[in-house]
Design a protein around this ligand. Structure first.
Ligand SMILES: [Zn+2]
Length: 218
């Protein structure tokens, strides 16, 4: 049942403990100094541990369905994680990683009748409203979905800036937040520019085949 994971774990250990680089040994002895704190969705296809091919110790991770950052509230998992990362480990770059074809955004657009999911994603209703007003009265479903994906990154960015662990560091210019959107269907990473309110591909990427959904929505 867990063979796939154990096979990967053995390969990881061979590389990280037994190879000449001994990367885990160094991280245990010298402690961690991760460069990034990455907020991402739970989706199995947009896992930063997979898509960025990082070495151990590269980033700290927080996951929430839809990569949704809710407004600050004391005592939440994200508030504690950010406080620890920024003020105890001294991470100075936050990556906010949204993605396309997101199940949470499907659920939001389709007004899913599931209290546990709706109760969390409801905070993103303003992203849906803005996307609807961008798309007009009879929106194409795909276009609406895409607009919500973008609006959700913008909303989460705004919410993130209100966290007490984040705001002062932004103010003194010592913290950078990088809002990215990973397009699953094209293998493209896009960056949101708050100055122009637009998403554009991060420079230096090559083009790949464009895949379209052929089966279930998620
Ligand atoms: Zn997702």
């Amino acid at each position: 049942m867990t063979e796939t994971l154990l096979k990967g774990f053995k390969e990881f250990c061979a590389d990280a403990y037994d190879s000449e680089s001994n990367v885990m040994g160094k991280l245990v002895e010298g402690g961690q100094h991760p460069e990034y704190f990455i907020i991402s969705c739970i989706d199995s296809r947009s896992n930063p541990g997979t898509i960025f091919r990082p070495a151990p110790g590269t980033f700290m991770a927080y996951k929430a369905i839809g990569a949704i950052v809710r407004p600050y509230q004391k005592g939440t998992a994200l508030a504690a994680a950010l406080q620890f990362a920024l003020h105890h480990v001294n991470v100075r770059k936050i990556i906010l990683l949204g993605h396309t074809r997101c199940g949470a955004i499907n659920a939001l657009v389709d007004n899913v009748d599931d209290p546990d999911i709706a109760g969390f994603i409801d905070v993103a209703q303003t992203a849906l409203s803005k996307a609807r007003s961008e798309c007009g009265p009879t929106p194409d479903r795909e276009e609406l979905q895409h607009r919500v994906e973008e609006q959700l990154v913008m909303l989460s960015l705004k919410n993130l800036e209100t966290y007490p662990s984040v705001a002062p560091l932004l103010e003194d210019g010592s913290l950078e937040i990088v809002p990215w959107l990973f397009e699953l269907e094209t293998g493209t990473l896009k960056k949101f520019a708050p100055e122009t309110q637009t998403f554009s591909p991060v420079p230096g990427q090559t083009e790949h085949k464009h895949y379209r959904r052929t089966t279930a929505r998620n």
